[in-house]
Design a protein around this ligand. Structure first.
Ligand SMILES: Nc1ncnc2c1ncn2[C@@H]1O[C@H](COP(=O)(O)OS(=O)(=O)O)[C@@H](OP(=O)(O)O)[C@H]1O
Ligand SMILES: Nc1ncnc2c1ncn2[C@@H]1O[C@H](COP(=O)(O)OP(=O)(O)O)[C@@H](O)[C@H]1O
Length: 198
């Protein structure tokens, strides 16, 4: 089937879109345990970038699973498909010139590396939101760890399903040590120093 589908080049290029917006586009890929702070940081960084007139969009685990990825569960296979689709959607946003922030546990290294591989050099910024399991569990913002410990939720990341830490992330943010403000500052600085935004 797919051999009958031909790729069309767009008239307006990604570079022209970036030029017009005045900044580069990329994915800030937050990865980490549930409760590590992915959503909190993605939204706080977006707020800061928005203030600086950067075009941004947050793709969040819980929200995407209500729509685009409705029907996918938490088996290894479903998580893989979840991340593959987010990667493809993220790539479209990057083509549109947007700095995209994604907040998914994305526990498997290979799945994250697959997303990196479909993007161009420098477009995938992996941010390891590193907080010890004990910290995440004590935060338990949605009460899910309690349920997972009680055996009510199977395959729960960190408890009964693995989390593979990034080996060479562009950034590591330890949210047990840094405040939200310090974390945002570190991420925005990375974008400024590396020429993504002014
Ligand atoms: N079994 C299991 N394991 C982990 N997480 C679970 C599970 N069941 C439900 N939840 C809730 O779903 C959110 C994680 O979805 P993601 O799409 O980020 O997961 S994954 O990347 O496909 O692994 C996760 O959200 P965050 O807490 O924001 O990470 C949980 O609220
Ligand atoms: N330094 C920090 N960075 C991020 N979140 C923090 C920090 N300290 C405490 N928190 C709290 O931890 C919780 C993290 O939840 P959330 O952002 O939903 O995590 P995740 O998206 O990784 O599941 C929030 O209630 C947040 O207020």
């Amino acid at each position: 089937m797919s051999e009958n589908i031909v790729w069309h080049e767009t008239t307006i290029t990604k570079e022209e879109r970036q030029e017009k917006k005045g900044h580069k586009s990329s994915i800030l890929w937050f990865t980490g345990l549930s409760g590590s702070g992915k959503s909190t940081l993605a939204n706080a960084v977006e707020k800061e970038l928005h203030k600086r007139n950067v075009h941004t969009y947050v793709l969040d685990g819980d929200n995407v699973r209500h729509g685009l990825n409705k029907g996918l569960g938490f088996s290894e296979e479903d998580r893989k498909e979840n991340i593959r689709r987010i990667g493809e959607v993220g790539k479209l946003f990057v083509d549109a010139g947007v700095i995209t922030l994604t907040a998914f546990i994305s526990p498997f290294r290979q799945d994250r590396d697959n997303v990196r591989a479909i993007l161009e050099e420098g477009e995938f910024i992996e941010i390891f939101v590193d907080a010890p399991l004990a910290t995440c569990e004590s935060r338990d913002p949605k009460g899910l760890y309690e349920k997972a410990r009680a055996g009510v939720i199977p395959n729960f990341t960190g408890i009964s399903s693995p989390y593979e830490q990034p080996e060479n992330p562009e950034l590591t943010i330890n949210t047990a040590e840094l405040t939200i403000e310090q974390s945002v500052e570190k991420i925005v600085q990375y974008l400024v120093v590396n020429g993504y935004v002014r």
